[in-house]
Write a protein that binds this ligand. Sequence first.
Ligand code: ZN
Length: 375
Amino acid sequence: MLHRRLLHPALLLLPLALLGAPSLQAREVAAPAEHVDADGPYVFRVGDQLRAKWICGDQVQMRTLPADAEGTDFTPQCGYAHSVHVLPPVAPSVSVLPATPRIVAVSDIHGQYGLLVRLLRANKVIDAQDQWALGKDTLVIAGDVFDRGPQVTEAFWLLYGLQQQAAAAGGAVHFVLGNHETMVLYDDLRYVNPKYLRSAQLLGRSYPQLYAGDSVIGQWLRTRPVLLKIGDTLFLHGGISPEAVQLALDPATTNAAYQASLGTPKAEVKADPATASLYDGKTSPIWYRGYFDGRLDSNGVLAVLDQLHLKRIVVGHTSMPHVSTFHGGRVIAIDSSIKNGENGELLFIENGTLSRGLLDGTRVPLAEGVPGVDG
Ligand code: ZN
């Protein structure tokens, strides 16, 4: 890619501390790792068959099975330690749901599968075998499974499996897309863990192509919402800015527009007037940070909520030390910095009462956030 060689000389004068800033465009795609111990499965639909591929000890392993309408089981070779039960292609998920008594929410997993499992087990969302334990309740994941950490594949299979198990139990798992899902799919690989660039090399596809429409998780991602309204609460990754309120008036239409454009090249979605507002780095639902960086005060938040007839908005994307309440409980920030691989928290909404679940399984009130402090 040519633009990487055309760094403006002025960039070299920037203080070194700025080089880690996520907004800086100069961040480069990492070089692939030299060796992948264990990754997979990546499962692809090939005619009426399913082909699963793993990287075990830096070698590709493959298994092909007929696609069964009731589901096809692949036992683990390496990588994800549980069997995966692959269903036929799924339909786009619903965007608006009635209120439900109990919701658990988490976001910004960023490849930290081990930490996610500990957090979900400690709070009895899953059992010791990593199976759904929340019965008829709802789990919402507010985006950003991709990038940074080394266990993205495992995290996606866990969520894919939990969704089936929850549905069978009368509960639900809702995965909401984050900006990192859209970035990987449109080939912006600046945050991809080097491990996955090696996996892609070994599998003979680009990393986005491992999540193409013929891949099971890729197809699943293309049916996930960006906006999910449950009762009077809206869940999404970034936030609804005043500039983008119209996108949230009809969540189903906006979700369909995202789904139709996933995987379209970045330059194209940004240039096309029909999709530019969906991908705007400052104001779009997957990127907005205005509830926290001082751009929008509490009156502004209230105006957005009133236009959308919402009681609250639950968002990830902007990292916090804790699951926190902002603007008098109108905005709940649930990116608890799992990406650092050290700690994480869950949001519980139980009959209108909010609390956070900690890594040791205890439950405490939400932290009080301070707007103006950018995460
Ligand atoms: Zn994000």
